[in-house]
Design a binder for this molecule. Structure first.
Ligand SMILES: Nc1nc2c(c(=O)[nH]1)N[C@H]1C(S)=C(S)[C@@H](COP(=O)(O)OP(=O)(O)OC[C@H]3O[C@@H](n4cnc5c(=O)[nH]c(N)nc54)[C@H](O)[C@@H]3O)O[C@H]1N2
Ligand SMILES: Nc1nc2c(c(=O)[nH]1)N[C@H]1C(S)=C(S)[C@@H](COP(=O)(O)OP(=O)(O)OC[C@H]3O[C@@H](n4cnc5c(=O)[nH]c(N)nc54)[C@H](O)[C@@H]3O)O[C@H]1N2
Ligand code: SF4
Ligand SMILES: [Mo]
Length: 691
């Protein structure tokens, strides 16, 4: 903390906790008012190399969210029916005593009947899983497979590059060709976008690959509007042309890759004419992009998770991730492909999460993406669900099944939250959690190469407690006496990272003073300039024996969408719906912040003029979107930003803040991806009609 010139004001070094690749360094201005500390301003740290003084619109409103009149400030106990959202105030002691007693009764039969449900409401390592996973490991609860976002692409990278890594965010400023592939960076990766803008001013060419003309695609030089879920075909088509033309870095391929012949054989099946047909684009789109990809250097691809939410998401990421090795782009720090940088900073999971507390037990694993089906039919049944850092009733696919599961009267549900979300309405107990301004944390990033500290700026509001403290108190009541349950948040933060490699020099005491620190990796960062892929073979694996051993295709292939492509479903449900992030929300976070909700307006469905005309739909009219899984209503926006055959419902709205009490996940599917057991949110056929 540093005193500023103004009397009794101080600046606290913090970190944005949200599920966003930018992980911004924040400066919080705090003032003493009536003997209490009040946060009066949040700003981006001007000295942090990727934040560069800027917070996005959402987090600029962090004070409005923190001091929101509807913040949960006391523990609540359900008095109404499940989902009704009627609660009474109770004390922490009575809530925790009752929760511990209920969990003990269930655990006496089988602790696996208790299931944690969490994701990335906070990306902080302390308030995320540190104390929580110790608690659940000690209890012997079911394990949770955290697949809802990134595992298809993450496993694809692991089987290709060996690590989630790629060019540094700052290096994009130096690229001359930037392919924004399945990413609306202006909404979801604003700070990368500012480096892309810098590159553009220096003459770089920008190309978007996205079914939707997003804000980002609109500002690119070219936009390839392919059909959802066909990215694997496009990438193999590019490989086809590179190989056909001999646009190959033979030296790089010989020294640093494995399985070129197998990849060439696969790519031979994807001539541009076939690719154009599969992707619903022009032959010249494929030819021209391949030409540019060889001739313009450095060439950087920014992939985002949007393109792996279809049946073939894993193979598609693998196919794209092979391209830089073919063309030798990894040689340059501003070349290669960036999906995630999260593998560079390694968390010391053994110390932080303490899987040893399982003591040899091997509980079953529940996939968070199929929670609806599992609440209905898992065996042994799920009898208790502890939800934190997530809002599954709004965000999980096949929402009708999810809500039905949460509505089970025999399910005991505890939700740790800031607000009465759609999920909290189903809880038996809602426990008030602190926000980032009120607790310690430590962060790594999946978009840049820095770690950050978060210092508390203010005291917890009301009776709110940090997640860590809630699990600490529950552990004490359950009689868990291991010393690790007494560790403070700062002790947890201090043991978060491995003491070797890129995080060897991180010291918590220093970090919390300076706010952030670059990982110990070379600058400029060109991770695979000389090979060095941490795969089993040490090479970029076009052919992966590990995948073959899993019974999967060892060579990247094109796995067609479950639904979005031409199949039997196409006749009944002719439109493919995607529901990518809205700019003013972060998943379902911020939807209840009025200024941001006002900026977003109302839930809308963007539909191409031809598709609208065929259904007699006019701009602004209310429409119903439906399929066999469910239906929801919203306002039509007739626009050619949606390509023909594809409708776009920017997400994720709170159901209860939508006029019909529903959102896009009523129709999304819980079928899983080819790798990573992840959901296929953007692989979803629907029909649309006037409401
Ligand atoms: N403002 C904002 N920022 C966010 C989020 C948010 O909700 N709002 N969410 C955060 C989270 S959790 C994540 S995981 C990240 C990244 O989240 P992503 O889901 O990658 O989101 P976007 O970067 O917006 O990019 C998605 C883009 O992919 C496009 N797309 C959809 N289907 C396909 C397809 O099959 N192929 C291709 N090529 N493109 C497709 C969509 O039209 C959209 O423009 O963003 C994070 N940042
Ligand atoms: N249709 C559709 N569905 C999607 C997506 C999509 O693009 N389209 N995107 C998917 C993706 S990529 C993701 S990552 C998931 C995201 O799903 P979630 O991880 O569930 O994300 P949020 O909806 O933002 O919910 C996070 C919740 O955590 C709470 N929270 C934040 N900080 C804390 C804390 O410190 N303590 C506690 N106890 N709670 C806290 C917030 O108040 C918020 O309600 O949604 C997925 N669902
Ligand atoms: S949500 Fe992303 S861009 Fe916005 S402040 Fe947080 S880290 Fe930065
Ligand atoms: Mo995500």
């Amino acid at each position: 903390m540093e005193a500023t010139a103004a009397a009794r004001e101080e600046i606290v070094r913090a970190a944005c906790p949200h599920d966003c690749p930018d992980t911004c360094a924040m400066l919080v201005t705090v003032r003493e008012e009536g003997g209490r500390k009040v946060a009066v301003k949040v700003a981006g740290d001007p000295e942090h190399p990727t934040t560069r003084g800027v917070l996005c619109t959402k987090v600029s409103r962090y004070l409005e969210r923190t001091y929101h009149p509807e913040r949960l400030l006391q523990p609540l106990k359900r008095v109404g029916r499940k989902g009704e959202g009627r609660f009474e105030r109770v004390s922490w002691d009575s809530a925790l005593d009752d929760i511990a007693a209920r969990l003990q009764r269930i655990a006496a039969v089988d602790p696996q009947r208790i299931v944690p449900y969490s994701y990335a409401g906070t990306m902080g390592l302390v308030q995320g899983e540190a104390m929580a996973s110790r608690f659940f490991h000690r209890l012997g609860a079911s394990l949770l497979d955290r697949t809802i976002c990134a595992t298809a692409g993450g496993e694809a990278l692991a089987h290709t590059l060996g690590i989630r890594s790629g060019p540094a965010m700052e290096s994009f400023a130096e690229a001359k060709l930037i392919v924004l592939w399945g990413t609306n960076a202006i909404a979801s990766n604003l700070h990368l976008w500012s480096f892309v803008q810098q590159a553009k001013r220096n003459g770089a060419k920008l190309i978007a690959v996205d079914p939707y003309r997003s804000d980002t695609a609109e500002k690119c030089h070219r936009h390839i509007a392919l059909l959802p879920g066909t990215d694997g075909a496009l990438a193999l088509g590019l490989a086809h042309v590179l190989i056909r033309e001999g646009w190959l870095d033979h030296d790089y391929i010989d020294r640093y890759t494995l399985g070129f012949e197998a990849l060439a054989q696969r790519a031979a099946e994807f001539p541009p004419a076939r690719v154009a047909r599969l992707c619903g684009i022009g032959v010249e789109d494929v030819e021209q992009l391949a030409h540019e990809y060889w001739h313009i250097r450095p060439a950087a691809i920014r992939l985002n998770y949007g393109m792996q939410r279809c049946a073939g998401g894993g193979n598609a990421v693998r196919a794209v991730a092979c391209l830089p090795a073919l063309a030798g782009h990894w040689r340059d720090a501003a070349g290669g492909v960036l999906l995630s940088s999260s593998g560079v900073a390694e968390v010391d999971g053994a110390r932080l999460y303490r899987p040893d507390l399982l003591g040899g037990r091997t509980p079953r694993t529940i996939n968070m993406s199929t929670i609806g089906a599992d609440l209905a039919a898992a065996s042994p049944p799920i009898e208790a669900l502890i939800v934190y850092d997530s809002n599954p009733v709004a965000v999980a696919p096949d929402s009708r099944a999810v809500a039905a599961g949460f509505a089970r009267e025999d399910l005991f549900t505890v939700v740790l939250e800031h607000f009465r979300t759609d999920t909290a309405d189903y809880a038996d107990y809602v426990l008030p959690a602190t926000t980032q301004l009120e607790h310690f944390d430590v962060h790594k990033s999946y978009g840049h190469l820095y770690v950050l500290a978060n210092n508390p700026a203010i005291e917890p509001l009301g009776e709110a407690l940090p997640n860590s403290e809630i699990f600490r108190r529950l552990a004490a009541r359950m009689g868990f006496a291991e010393p690790c349950f007494a560790e403070t948040d700062e002790q947890l933060a201090a043991q978060a990272f491995m003491r070797d490699g890129a995080t060897a020099s991180i010291d918590w005491q220093t970090l919390k003073r300076t706010g952030w620190q670059r990982l110990d990796v070379p600058q400029p960062y060109a991770p695979f300039a000389d090979g060095g892929f941490p795969t089993p073979s040490g090479r970029c694996e076009f052919h992966s024996q590990a995948l073959a051993d899993l019974g999967l295709d060892p060579v990247p292939g094109y796995v067609p969408p479950h639904e979005a492509g031409d199949g039997p479903l196409a006749a009944r449900y002719p439109l493919a719906m995607i529901s990518p992030p809205a700019r003013n929300f972060l998943n379902s976070t911020f939807v209840n912040v009025k200024s941001l909700r006002d900026a977003e307006g109302e839930p809308t469905l963007q539909i191409h003029p031809a598709d609208a005309a065929a259904r007699g739909i006019h701009d602004g009219e209310r429409v119903r979107v439906f399929n066999d899984r469910g239906r929801f209503e919203l306002a039509a926006r007739v626009t050619d930003r949606a390509r023909p055959g594809v409708v776009v419902a920017l997400s994720i709205w709170w159901k209860k803040l939508a006029a019909d009490g529903r959102n896009a996940n009523e129709v999304t599917s819980a079928r899983l991806t080819d790798m990573g057991r992840a959901p296929t949110f953007y692989d979803c056929r629907v029909e649309v009609a006037r409401a």
